[in-house]
Write a protein of this length. Structure first.
Length: 177
């Protein structure tokens, strides 16, 4: 497997693999059906998959970005919509278990920060689970320059998340994930 992924837009043909990739990351991200992943790809401003250049048809990572004003019924997206006028929301970033700590997450975030700059947006926003805990992701996001801006209980009280933001022009994304 390559150290760094090639990035390409997610397609309908990727949905089955993305369901498997996404659901393998539970509880760091909520599980989703093929229909839900398909709907998310439609509402997203951009959805990128990371692939090993030797296997370009097999997604090993996923990045989903949502811009302000989208018709998207997400508690966390709504939280940022109320507080950030100029943000690019990272709905999810998922990296296959065997691709973690090899720069794949950092490569996806490089793309997210570039997308924010291309759209003239000031910050990149996201959330990371506190309960159930996801300490590795929190460390990764903090290394990339994300700062805590709040906390929220979601999913009917079953999940607590830390709300994070980073300046879109904040520079280096060379953390390792």
């Amino acid at each position: 497997m390559s150290d760094r992924p090639a990035l390409r837009p997610a397609t309908e043909a990727d949905v089955a693999a993305l369901v498997e990739l996404n659901n393998a990351a539970y509880p760091a991200v909520p599980t989703m059906s093929a229909e839900e992943i398909g709907d998310l790809l439609i509402v997203a401003d951009a959805s990128l998959v990371g692939v090993d250049p030797a296997e370009p048809e097999t997604p090993r990572a996923l990045l989903v970005l949502v811009t302000p004003g989208a018709a998207y019924a997400s508690e966390n997206y709504a939280w940022f919509e109320e507080r950030e006028a100029s943000h690019l929301y990272v709905d999810r970033i998922v990296v296959a278990e065997d691709a973690r700590n090899q720069g794949w997450g950092a490569a996806l975030y490089e793309a997210a920060f570039a997308a924010a700059a291309d759209r003239g947006l000031e910050v990149v926003t996201c959330e990371v689970n506190l309960d159930p805990p996801n300490p590795g992701s929190l460390r990764f996001h903090h290394r990339l320059g994300f700062e805590r801006v709040g906390e929220q209980v979601t999913k009917g009280g079953t999940v607590t998340v830390e709300m994070l933001r980073a300046d879109a022009d904040r520079g280096d994304t060379s953390g390792t994930e």
